[in-house]
Write a protein that binds this ligand. Structure first.
Ligand code: PLP
Length: 176
């Protein structure tokens, strides 16, 4: 896709091509689960909906254009995204998370992932220095929520990211 210096133009066009089978300008909602392959492994970029889906592709490209990033990934629920992020980690890795966060995230961290050897520390991130105080060489991820749920605290993403990136930790911002 050609990109413009205007984000509105990029977002309007991101990923959208007229549908080749009908000419529909806007991407149809594809509900197909399985796609025909002309030979095993030979297909038009789509084989099974869990891995690729044309409607989701456009949505993801639009999210990327909105965020002015290369890639966007969409999940059917917020908890699906939370789960996928933590699965980037390995047993023994540590996460520093805000101490005020969505109950579902807190529960999946402490009751599921803690059992798998991921260690969580919860700190008040309204002062980013509390993150610096906890960072160590096992810190692989820093989990920000802003505004926090439920207390609507605001976390300075840039300040927390600077501290976390110095330690080579991935920063996640859950801003649902
Ligand atoms: C901050 C935050 N993260 C994650 C979730 C989970 O999203 P979902 O209910 O789509 O799984 C919520 C839901 O309210 C949320 O507020």
């Amino acid at each position: 896709m050609k990109t413009s210096k205007h984000i509105e133009t990029n977002v309007l066009h991101a990923g959208i091509e007229p549908d080749p089978s009908t000419g529909a300008i806007m991407t149809p909602i594809f509900q197909t689960s399985t796609y025909v392959q002309s030979a095993p492994g030979e297909h038009k970029g789509y084989e099974y909906a869990r891995t690729q889906n044309p409607t989701r592709d456009v949505l993801q490209k639009n999210i990327a254009a909105l965020e002015q990033m290369k890639y966007g990934l969409c999940f059917s629920t917020g908890m699906g995204a939370v789960d996928a992020c933590i699965k980037l980690l390995s047993p023994g890795d540590e996460v520093i998370a805000t101490n005020d966060l969505y109950g579902g995230s807190y529960r999946i961290f402490t009751t599921i992932f803690a059992k798998m050897g991921i260690n969580f520390h919860f700190v008040d991130m309204s002062d980013p220095e509390n993150v610096r105080a906890k960072v160590n060489d096992k810190t692989k991820m820093v989990w920000v929520e802003t505004p926090t749920n439920p207390l609507l605290r605001i976390i300075d993403i840039e300040a927390v990211s600077t501290i976390s990136h110095e330690a080579n930790a991935i920063v996640v911002v859950d801003s649902l």
